[in-house]
Design a protein around this ligand. Structure first.
Ligand SMILES: Nc1ncnc2c1ncn2[C@@H]1O[C@H](COP(=O)(O)OP(=O)(O)O)[C@@H](O)[C@H]1O
Ligand SMILES: [Mg+2]
Length: 483
């Protein structure tokens, strides 16, 4: 690729399309209510949820005749009062029966869930399912439906071997595999190749003019990411020579182009040390390197490996990762023609390399400035309407429109969601002076919370430099105390 990052990205600049999505955090409640409805319709959860599970037990529920059947076992009608009175007498026995039924229901539901997934519930990440998905991919490859530089290794040579399932969510599949001795990740937004929109033009066979095809592909990229691509400048649009396999190649490229993450990763390939390069693809699956992913359940948020064992090693590692976060923030702010916004900052969307370089592994919610402006500029009635995950703007109450300008920054969210976790309590056994730690905590607080609710909202640039020099001092002190 010629021209370097600045020039290459100067060519970019239309909109990033179709990236909005919702994250459903109510899955467990949904599961609970679903099971309740499925197994205890007579217990009245239709109308009021968990508080009504024992409707005929006074104290739990009083008069709610609409929630239950108003006939007793013999079929005689009750008035609500009657129902209430009889309910009192039978409460203990019924409660016991209901509890037994409740437990049995959960056991049955769990057994059922192993085989059938009700709509709306996340699919279980399993080896069996993952192998089936890859087997279907290979069937399509061998059947001449799709192509890719990894297909031969995956489907014929046995050089790309499935290892384990990492993640299934909202159709997205993330699998770990061994590729010629190297651990990689296979990713796709959807499970089946057939779930992606086919390229209708391909039905016209090899006769379809190259220019028309290129226009269509470039249009798709442009509408998804907003990038006016110079012919072939990204390698991404390389349609290859006509001949055997050409149709499958273009069909596969078309499925990949429908995945915003693949497009962003391909675009940033070679331009950023904080983004993993795409290593290859087969059909709708693309491969990236396996990295040490973050998790909110880890004490240090990232798996530190050997570093965690040495005295003060863990704190020094955390300090190095924090410095890399700062480097990434600065890089995304300055090194491209447009500022790059991270709108979903949480440990699980980042990973570290062995040298503690921070890498963004989920780029679905990463937007260049023009797309960011387009996303933010929505109708609103208050400021809340202008919050897009971690990217905020303000509601102009007169125009009832959110400002296109993001009012917070990547640095601010990193301070709030990552640094605060690390540095809000004293670093144990780190050998860093109490005074330096206090100073650092104060700057992190200032960075995460710059004068809210009054303007300026955005962390001042000076905070970045204060953080950086304090972190460097911190890491130096910690390294000095290492045995
Ligand atoms: N390159 C990678 N190395 C290691 N783990 C990864 C990698 N990419 C994804 N993962 C794991 O898969 C999870 C889900 O991937 P992600 O792209 O964040 O999906 P989503 O867009 O649904 O949040 C991550 O949180 C991480 O645990
Ligand atoms: Mg993610």
């Amino acid at each position: 690729m010629s021209g370097g990052p600045q020039e290459e990205l100067e060519k970019l600049g239309l909109e990033w399309g179709g990236l909005t999505r919702t994250k459903d955090s109510s899955a467990s409640r949904h599961l609970h209510l679903w099971i309740t409805r499925a197994y205890f319709p007579s217990l009245g959860t239709r109308a009021c949820g968990e508080e009504c599970l024992f409707p005929d037990c006074p104290g739990t529920l009083t008069h709610r005749p609409h929630l239950t059947d108003s006939k007793d076992r013999e079929g005689a009608d009750f008035s609500p009062e009657d129902w209430h009175w009889r309910g009192r007498a039978r409460c203990g026995r019924r409660a016991l029966l209901a509890a037994v039924a409740w437990t049995a229901g959960w056991v049955l539901a769990a057994a059922f869930l192993l085989h059938a997934r009700p709509p709306g519930l996340p699919e279980r990440c399993s080896d069996q399912r993952s192998r089936q998905i890859l087997a279907a991919l290979c069937r399509d490859y061998l059947g001449g439906v799709l192509m890719g530089d990894l297909c031969e290794d995956l489907c014929v040579a046995g050089q790309l071997v499935y290892q384990r399932c990492l993640y299934y969510e909202r159709g997205k599949k993330v699998l770990q595999a061994d590729w010629r001795g190297r651990q990689v990740i296979l990713k796709s937004k959807k499970e089946a190749f057939s779930s992606f929109q086919p390229l209708g033009l391909l039905d016209e066979g090899q006769g379809v003019p190259e220019a028309e095809l290129l226009l269509l592909v470039a249009g798709e990229v442009q509408s998804t990411l907003g990038l006016p691509l110079a012919n072939g400048s990204l390698g991404l649009l390389w349609l290859g020579p006509r001949g055997p396999g050409w149709r499958e190649h273009v069909a596969s490229l078309w499925a990949l182009l429908q995945q915003e993450e693949f497009l962003s990763l391909s675009l940033l390939r070679g331009l950023s040390r904080h983004v993993p390069p795409v290593l290859g693809s087969c059909g709708h699956f693309y491969a990236v390197e396996l990295l040490a992913a973050g998790s909110p359940h880890l004490h240090a948020l990232f798996p530190l490996g050997e570093a965690a064992r040495a005295r003060g090693g863990q704190a020094a590692a955390v300090g190095s990762i924090a410095l890399s976060f700062l480097d990434m923030v600065q890089h995304f702010e300055q090194d491209f023609a447009h500022r790059l916004h991270l709108c979903d900052i949480k440990p699980e969307n980042f990973a570290i390399r062995s040298d503690f370089t921070v890498v963004v592994i989920d780029v679905d919610m990463v937007f260049f400035e023009p797309k960011m402006r387009e996303i933010l500029e929505q109708n609103c009635t208050d400021d809340e309407d202008c919050n897009f995950f971690d990217c905020y703007s303000k509601c102009d109450l007169r125009l009832r429109k959110c400002g296109a300008h993001r009012i917070n920054s990547n640095l601010q969210v990193v301070c709030d969601k990552i640094f605060r976790h690390w540095f809000s309590s004293p670093l144990e056994d780190s050998g860093v002076s109490f005074q330096l730690q206090r100073q650092f905590q104060e700057v992190v607080r200032e960075c995460a919370d710059p004068g809210d609710p009054a303007p300026p909202h955005r962390a001042a640039p000076s905070v970045f430099w204060k953080l950086r020099s304090l972190l460097k001092a911190l890491v130096q002190e910690m390294q000095a105390t290492e045995p």
